[in-house]
Write a protein that binds this ligand. Structure first.
Ligand SMILES: C[S@@+](CC[C@H](N)C(=O)[O-])C[C@H]1O[C@@H](n2cnc3c(N)ncnc32)[C@H](O)[C@@H]1O
Length: 333
């Protein structure tokens, strides 16, 4: 998936133009990013010029934006009986609704993320073990959702405290049920908005050894995200992050089919951050790359492993993930 993805090379965009890809979701308020695949493994990604990125973003976004107008026309005029109406909700309300089916609606990106976390999470703990941060460790799951990955932290003996934070109270309710049915008393769940200047319960300050944060970054601007993560971590603390790939983000958006109303619910504002942009912003906040970022595409060979809904994404980069380390106070030179 290296190199530039042009309109004619990217099958998702071709389908988009042709109006064929019913689950290439309407692009809502999508901000930033480019539909360009970065190198497959990005240890030290070079920064592309903003001019180059902006030019590409403009041309691809203008194609992608044809789609929401088609959806809107259909939902307003009632000209389609097959295309569900799309409803945009603020992020918290969308996830509150999604919580009812989030773990059961066969979202292929979660399935792919689960597979990738099987190798990325051990790399995080290996980096922690090699660090100067002694166990037992305190971890934060930033944007924990229904606790899909929080659960995996419970079984790690050197983790004695987990703080699971999320914007959506109902996603947290599902996480709470899931965790209380397990054995753990080491988890605290808190409603938390990383975009807010204050929260009802303050998040951990400068005290976490590591953060995991999966499929959250597409909902927030990079500077707010790294400000929040940095504020929680000890110096030399680690941040494992995974996200929807911008090549998917340019033509899709987090959302689900509401089984009650039949509507497609879309979650608030979205951002198509590239790996290069993520690493550049992370560096500005004092992070460095600890485990190189990797990107994943859906292919003819692997789609079946992620469920039927993955098939239409064959040929598209859909995921990236890696681990960052907050530099120590005396490492800034
Ligand atoms: C796609 S879900 C991922 C959930 C979980 N990490 C996982 O991988 O299954 C994105 C999560 O980010 C949360 N989120 C979005 N914006 C947020 C914000 N500003 N502050 C905290 N959490 C946020 C949502 O409520 C949602 O639970």
């Amino acid at each position: 998936m290296d190199g530039t993805v042009s309109q004619t090379e990217n099958p998702a965009l071709l389908d988009l133009v042709a109006g064929e890809r019913d689950e290439v979701d309407a692009v809502g308020p999508r901000v930033g990013g480019v539909a360009r695949a970065a190198p497959a493994a990005v240890e030290e990604p070079g920064l592309r010029s903003g001019h180059e990125d902006r030019d590409e973003a403009v041309s691809l976004t203008s194609v992608a934006l044809q789609r929401p107008f088609a959806f809107l026309r259909q939902s307003i005029m009632g000209t389609s009986t097959t295309t569900p109406a799309v409803r945009y909700l603020d992020t918290a309300s969308a996830y509150d609704l999604w919580s009812a089916v989030y773990d059961t609606d066969n979202n292929f990106l979660q399935a792919l993320d689960t597979r990738e976390m099987q190798s990325l999470l051990p790399k995080l703990f290996s980096a922690l073990a090699d660090s100067t941060l002694p166990p037992p460790w305190k971890l934060v799951d930033l944007g924990c959702g229904t606790g899909r990955n929080t659960m995996h932290l419970l079984s790690i003996p050197d983790v004695d405290e987990i703080v699971a934070l999320d914007l959506s109270p109902k996603m947290l309710d599902v996480a709470r049920q899931r965790i209380s049915s397990g054995e753990s008393t080491k988890v605290t769940l808190q409603v938390y908005d990383l975009m807010a200047s204050s929260n009802p319960t303050p998040p951990p300050r400068d005290s976490a050894d590591a953060i995991i944060s999966t499929l959250v970054l597409e909902h927030v601007p990079l500077n707010a995200y790294f400000a929040a993560a940095k504020g929680m971590l000890k110096p030399r603390g680690l941040l494992l992050l995974t996200n929807m790939h911008p090549a998917m983000g340019q033509i899709s958006q987090a959302g689900f089919l509401d089984p009650v109303t039949g509507e497609k619910i879309k979650a608030g504002r979205s951002y198509a951050h590239t790996v290069g942009e993520v690493v550049e912003e992370a560096r500005a906040w004092g992070f460095e790359v600890a485990v190189g970022f990797e990107e994943r595409a859906v292919t003819e060979e692997n789609w079946a492993g992620f469920g039927d809904r993955a098939r239409k994404w064959v040929g598209v980069d859909v995921w990236f993930g890696g681990v960052l380390r907050l530099r120590g106070e005396r490492e800034d030179e």
